[in-house]
Each structure stands twice: as C-alpha cells, then as structure tokens.
Design a protein around this ligand. Structure first.
Ligand code: MN
Length: 337
C-alpha cells in the first residue's frame, strides 16, 4: 500500500445481520477511541466519510432461513457502493461495522475492483468463526454467520450477485485465521471447498508467525490484500466488546504480530473492522485495542519503535482524554502536565 493513498473511513452502523444487538454502535466507538488521530499519526491522510444510512433493525424471526434479509441486502448494497467508490478514487477504504454481514458489501466491491483492474485478490479472514453458513446449515438464520458462503456464491441471489455475476470470490483466495467455533455442517462445507484455515490449534502448535506467513504465501506484487477483521478473533479476556465471544483466541502479542506481519507486505489495500459491540464493552477498551491493532496494521512497528518523550506524552494524553474528567489529572500524575 502506498503511503500517499488516503484512507477513507466508512461507517455502517447496523446490527441487522447479528444475533445480539449493539454492533450498530461500533463506528462511533472507534471514532471515540481516536482512530482518526492514530492513523494521522502514522502519516496517513484520513477522510472520514461519516456513516451510511439504512433501515433499522426490525428484530423479527427468520423467514425462509434468513433473518432480516431485506435489511441486510439494503445495507450490503450501500456498503458495496461506498467501498467501490473509494477504491475507484484511489483510497484505502476502512469499513467500520456494524456486523460481519456487511463484508458481503465491502468484499464484493473489492473483488469487482480487482476484476476490473486485472489484479489478484487475497482475503484474510480474522475471526473466531468460519462464517461459512448457509440457510440450510445455519441454526439461527443470522446473516453475519454467512458472509463467506455468500461471497463464494452460496446464498440468496440478492447477496451473491451484489457486485456482478457470482461468485465474487473463489474459496482459494481466502485464508482464515483464528477459527475456533465451527458448526458441523459448516465444517463439511469448508472442507469441501478446500478453504485454507489456520485455526487456533494451528496457532497453538506452530505459532502466529507461521500462520500468517503461510496465509500470505503466493501473493505477488500485484495482489490486493483485503483484511476482514472480526473483533471476536481476539481472546475475550482482552476484547470483551463483542456479541459472540469464544474463549481461547489470540493474545495481545499474537494479534500485534499478525497485524505487523500484514503491514510488512505493504499491500493491505482495504479493511473491514466489524462486530465491535460497545454494549458488551468495558469503558471502550475493546475499541481502544482495535485502534492499537489498526495502528500496527498501518505500519506502527515495535521493531523500530523510537518514540520521543513528547510523542509518548501525546499517547498518554490521548488515553487520558478517554477517562472521566475527575480521574484524569490524578491518574496521569503531576509529572506529566
Ligand atoms: Mn465474523
């Protein structure tokens, strides 16, 4: 990714695809946690496009195996248009979800752009779940469990054909990292499609370094790397602010290493940050962690960290600004001011 390309923030405040309510508050939580300033500190130009709008969550039961399908189609369509426009304008779009069904919109736009540009595509799916459910396999009908199936052509036509004739993605372009919760039917489908999965057992046995190294294997200078980052990828001990926590996820250092290795490619050209759910969070700490990780994804490396004291104080001040006013001066200590 060229450092001269501006980053555009595209908020999609909805939870129509999710099981639990609250991911609709994700975009604002990321802004409150200082995402823009953090990216600007990396030397990036940041264009905050604000939030897309769409239908509210009707909170109804599934119809024909899908819950809230018309609403999910509407939101995915809005995301598709916004992400496609950003890519055409030479920007690096960051989709701020919202639930993971929105990735049907963003990744179909990325795939369309890559087809038109004659570029290859690699999608890195960081998630506790495989997100390969179909209406036949899904116990719940929640579409945030189905985005990869839809992108690979398995799902309702209104979603599979969003960016042109399906499928938007070939399963061979996808690498899943951090998976640790997969339904039985979904597991069969993932095997049938021969998706490359680096599950937690792989990470336990071989390490995050080897998982990311292999997940990036075979990319060329011409490959568009898309990262679809579901916050439930992270261990719930460090990231409680998600609706579908699964124990046993990557630690802080493993997640940082993953992001730094992705940054090293300099080819991450689009990103989804989804499933952040402030209703489950504690003092916005999961959003602050996500901002930390995105800083690393956009090139802040612990290998070359040479913070000046002034820069370090700016970070302290930024963190301090998120604390209640009554706590800040005392908590920061007299030496800082
Ligand atoms: Mn997901």
């Amino acid at each position: 990714m060229s450092p001269t390309r501006p980053v555009s923030l595209i908020g999609a405040p909805t939870d129509v695809g999710a099981a639990e309510r609250g991911a609709s508050m994700g975009p604002e939580a990321m802004r409150v946690a200082g995402l823009r300033a953090a990216l600007e500190a990396r030397g990036l130009t940041v264009l905050d496009r604000g939030n897309l709008s769409g239908p509210p969550n009707p909170n109804t039961v599934p119809v024909g195996g899908y819950r809230h399908l018309p609403e999910v189609v509407h939101w995915a369509g809005r995301v598709h248009a916004a992400v496609y426009a950003a890519l055409r304008a030479g920007e690096v779009p960051i989709l701020l979800g919202g639930d993971h069904s929105l990735a049907i919109g963003s990744i179909s736009a990325v795939a369309r752009h890559c087809r038109e540009q004659g570029r290859t595509l690699r999608v890195l799916w960081l998630d506790a779940h495989a997100d390969f459910n179909t209406a036949e396999l899904s116990p719940s009908g929640n579409l945030h469990g189905m985005p990869l199936a839809c992108l690979c052509g398995l799902g309702p036509a209104a979603l599979t054909a969003l960016g042109g004739p399906p499928p938007a993605l070939h399963p061979q372009w996808v690498r899943q990292i951090g998976v640790r919760s997969v339904d039985a039917g979904e597991r069969r489908l993932v095997h049938e499609l021969a998706v490359e999965v680096f599950d937690m057992r792989f990470i336990d046995e071989r390490g995050m370094r080897e998982a990311v190294r292999q997940a990036l294997g075979g990319i060329s200078a011409d490959t568009h790397v898309h990262v679809s980052f579901d916050v439930d990828f992270l261990d719930p001990d460090i990231a409680p602010g998600v609706g579908t926590t699964v124990p046993g996820g990557p630690t802080y250092r493993e997640a940082q290493l993953c992001m730094e290795m992705l940054a090293d490619t300099r080819q991450v050209a689009s990103l989804d940050l989804v499933e952040l759910n402030p209703a489950f969070d504690v003092r916005n700490r999961t959003a602050c962690l996500a901002v930390d990780l995105l800083e690393s994804l956009f090139g802040k490396s612990t290998l070359v960290r040479r913070q000046t004291p002034i820069r370090a104080l700016e970070v302290v001040a930024r963190r301090g600004a998120q604390q209640p006013a009554s706590l800040t001066p005392a908590a920061r200590g007299s030496g800082v001011e």
